[in-house]
Design a protein around this ligand. Structure first.
Ligand code: ADP
Ligand code: MG
Length: 827
């Protein structure tokens, strides 16, 4: 890689590209040749390997081996049936896992980022994976650099390369050729590396490497991504391991007891192995992955795109939601509703203003200090606040491109949510006009002392109290441009010229969602850059603020209080206003320090640290930057607060259903183990044959268990407090339930056996087999809820389960009454 040594022209020539970009045809051809621009982490398993992996479990291998040996020694039909059931089991596992994998792949595709590329001299958006060497691409603040790029043009371009170098300060980029061949990664000033993030400015460059050929790809190739396990999966894996020891001991007892009573040792070996395979829940972690993946796929339909699978599980624990206001709680359909200037206050254009010079200056400023542009279909593109202001100006016949003929723009100090204002500078009659727009409280501090500040404040306060978002405008004239265009030099000694009050109505569904949060023990708080009065008004309308105890705090106040003070009052603060993104991190930490499980939304580059630190980082799909999306666990495809609450509800449902599944399967296993363990102690023969045990494990346990995972949310799901993160799966009586219901079923089965043996019924084994199967089938109906009866849920409300139930029942009857099956299963 020596692209940094060459001039842009040489780079273009070498990559057979030009300033107009590649042609569409060439781009396709290169994509063929170079492969997609993606980081492949680990090898993809082909489907057949996934199927084979179903047999990797040690116990299953031993069982197959034993069955083969026993087949050679005698009964070959048994061997065939055993192997058939094991293969069928693997097939079901495979189908599930395959579906899960496909679901995850689909989610990954949806989370792909786009890049703006120049092809055939037209800029278009393409998915980043389709970039090829030679492409010319545009970068802007908020972008994730999509490939390794030799920069050809930079305007204040700053890039944070911490993903690559660990250096947390952003690097200033430049375009000139460097001279030393060997540099450390941090010194390539004219290269933007894949995976790093643009924090400031904009730029342009030529793609010189894609995919695994990039510096990021080289590192990613070294670091094989280890399989991530969710907290629940880790706990289940430990549990399964411990349970395995217990089951080994039980199997040993069963084997020895059978052997001592003169049973055939080969049959006893098969019996105990089947029992071990059936009873050790080694597949539980896999089942959790499947439930989470399928759940994540469902959540997309509700506009929540999960980027990290464990989030599906932990969503149910969220106890605090810190949400943005603008666009998330509000509709983001902004419109200027009021405006005021020197000596006039208006709701709309009125004839009498047109002669007023101050009116004209204000309207010109509104039109000029604006970056909205129009796309091919003439839609306004850009920041919502600016779109509203642009629409307002245009509807009053103040068009930016017309006015700019007289006031060409010579410079811009871009908006920054910390400074809370933006400045444009225009040349006019040989002098320079500075126009600043921004938060009024910030602007007022920058105006010249002699203006009538008190009366401005009055006007502003009236608008704020109506819940309007108030943007101020101020100007200043300069004879010449200062050498350094920095805010501190330009944004001072201003003349206040007017304000615009923008209405941004709250979302109707946000109000419902806030209500739902409250019954569900989740506390919603608003974090915004907007004015405390505007924020407070909206918070009251949405029900976030309800009583006198609910406080509003500003970023300034937040800066002044100590960590202890914040700790003390944090539960009372419902609105954080005029905060900068950097302060979000402090808020998250304070809440987490109180043991809260925090979901935090964010859309900007500077929100990334807070999103990463939150338990659930939530990014905006529509208005969010790539960088914030990359840092998030979940993306709201509709930017809507209500979607977070829906996702939490879905997370709770999925967790509930995993619990139901576990409860059902473990209860069944307990019944099987106890039946086989205890029967001999009552002088009874071994109750079941290996094929019976395997059949029960596959059909009676497995299928209804899967059907339970499709159970709908219970009615009270948003009327109970959040689950504690790290809560034991056996808490809330699940463990006790498994033991006692398992014992009950076992007692029923053994009693049946004892009775049948007592009356010398030759069919005793069939009876035991059937009682255990049908008993579990009926129990599957009861397992649908932990605290509601089937009658309240509606007998037929889980259709999958009812169908499974009927199929299982019919199969069971077929095994008993159809002669061929009857012979296979020895019933
Ligand atoms: P929020 O979107 O939550 O209001 P921001 O940090 O985006 O937070 O904005 C903070 C404040 O900066 C706004 O309340 C507004 O007064 C001002 N502001 C927002 N957008 C612009 C802009 N494009 N130009 C100038 N000022 C702006
Ligand atoms: Mg904003």
């Amino acid at each position: 890689m020596n692209w940094h040594l060459e001039n842009i022209d040489d780079v273009l020539q070498e990559l057979k590209s030009s300033g107009k970009g590649l042609s569409a045809g060439e781009a396709i051809a290169r994509l063929e040749a170079y492969g997609p621009n993606e980081i492949v982490s680990g090898k993809k398993r082909p489907a057949w390997m996934m199927f084979i992996a179903q047999f990797k479990d040690f116990m299953i291998l031993v069982l197959i081996a034993a069955a083969l040996v026993s087949g050679f020694l005698g009964d070959i039909t048994d061997t065939i049936v055993i192997i058939a059931i094991v293969v069928l089991n693997a097939a079901i596992g495979f189908v599930q896992e395959y579906r899960a994998e496909k679901a995850i792949e689909a989610l990954k595709k949806m989370a792909l980022t786009n890049a703006v590329v120049m092809r055939d001299n037209i800029t278009t958006k393409v998915v980043s994976t389709s970039l090829v060497p030679g492409d010319i691409i545009l970068l802007r603040a908020g972008n994730l650099v999509p490939a390794d790029i030799r920069l050809s043009e930079v305007v204040d371009l700053k890039i944070n390369e911490s993903a690559l170098t660990g250096e947390s300060l952003a690097v200033d980029k430049q375009t000139g050729a460097l001279h030393s061949a060997r540099l450390t990664l941090g010194d390539y000033y004219n290269i933007a590396f894949k995976g790093t993030s643009v924090t400031n400015g904009h730029g342009m460059g030529i793609v010189v490497a894609t995919g695994m050929k990039t510096e990021f790809g080289k590192i990613a190739g070294l670091l094989q991504e280890p399989g991530v396990q969710t907290p629940l999966q880790k706990r289940l894996a430990v549990f399964a391991r411990h349970l395995a020891y217990i089951i080994f001991v039980i199997c040993a007892i069963v084997f020895v007891a059978g052997y001592l009573r003169g049973q055939n040792p080969v049959v006893m070996l098969l019996t105990t192995l089947s029992l071990a395979v059936a009873a050790i829940p080694e597949a539980l972690p896999a089942v959790v992955t499947i439930a989470l993946a399928i759940g994540a796929k469902k959540m997309v339909k509700k506009h929540a795109l999960v980027r990290k699978l464990p989030a599906v599980e932990t969503l149910g624990s969220v106890s605090y939601i810190c949400t943005d206001k603008t666009g998330t709680l509000t509709l983001n359909e902004m419109r200027v509703e009021k405006f005021a200037g020197k000596g006039f206050v208006g709701n709309d254009f009125e004839e009498k203003f047109s002669a007023n010079d101050d009116y004209k200056i204000l309207m010109q400023a509104i039109a000029l200090n604006n970056n909205v542009h129009h796309d091919e279909d003439d839609n306004r593109m850009g920041d919502s606040t600016e779109k509203a202001l642009n629409e307002f100006a245009v509807s009053h016949q103040f068009k930016r491109n017309e006015i700019e003929k007289d006031f060409p723009r010579v410079a811009e100090l871009p908006f920054d949510s910390k400074r809370k204002c933006m400045t444009t500078i225009h040349r006019h009659n040989g002098r320079y006009m500075v126009i600043v727009k921004g938060a009024t409280d910030v602007l007022i501090k920058k105006v010249e002392a002699d203006t009538d500040i008190a009366s401005w404040e009055d006007t502003v306060n009236n608008m704020l109290n109506e819940g309007l978002r108030v943007i101020g405008f101020a100007t200043r004239e300069l004879d010449s441009l200062p050498g350094k265009l920095v805010p501190s030099a330009i944004e001072k000694n201003l003349q206040f010229i007017g304000v615009a009050g923008i209405i941004d109505p709250p979302r109707e569904e946000a109000k419902q969602a806030v209500l739902q949060c409250k019954t569900a023990g989740i506390k919603p708080v608003m974090i915004t850059g907007d004015h405390p009065i505007t924020a407070g008004t909206i918070a009251k309308r949405l029900g976030i603020i309800e009583s006198k105890e609910d406080k509003i705090i500003t970023g300034l106040e937040l800066n002044e209080i100590t960590a202890d003070e914040l700790n003390e009052m944090v539960y009372h603060i419902k609105v954080y206003a005029r905060v900068s993104p950097e302060q979000k991190l402090r808020i998250v930490k304070a809440l987490q320090g109180k043991g809260e499980y925090v979901a935090m939304t964010g859309d900007g580059v500077n929100d990334a640290p807070a999103l990463k630190h939150a338990d659930i980082g939530v990014a905006m799909g529509i208005n969010g930057t790539d960088v914030s999306k990359e840092a998030a666990d979940m993306i709201l495809l509709d930017d809507n607060f209500a979607t977070i609450v829906k996702a939490i509800k879905e997370g709770r449902r999925i967790y509930d259903n995993i619990r139901k599944f576990i409860r059902y399967v473990l209860t069944g296993n307990t019944a099987e183990i106890l039946t086989i363990l205890i029967a001999p102690f009552f002088g009874l023969p071994v109750p079941l044959l290996p094929i019976h045990i395997l059949w029960i494990n596959l059909v009676t346990d497995g299928l209804p268990g899967l059907a339970l995972a499709t159970e709908q949310a219970e009615k009270n799901i948003m009327h109970r407090p959040p689950r504690k993160p790290g809560e034991n799966i056996f808490s809330n009586g699940l463990g006790i339930h498994v033991l006692w219901v398992g014992s009950l079923l076992a007692a029923l089965t053994i009693s049946t056996q004892a009775y049948a043996v007592f009356i010398k019924d030759a069919h005793w084994q069939t009876m035991v087999f059937t009682v255990l199967c049908v008993g579990q089938l009926f129990y599957s109906l009861a397992a649908r809820s932990e605290n509601t009866t089937i009658w309240k849920l509606g007998l037929f409300s889980n259709r999958t389960l009812i169908i499974t139930f009927l199929c299982n029942f019919i199969l069971q009857m077929a095994i008993i009454y159809l002669p061929p099956l009857n012979r296979l299963f020895k019933t």
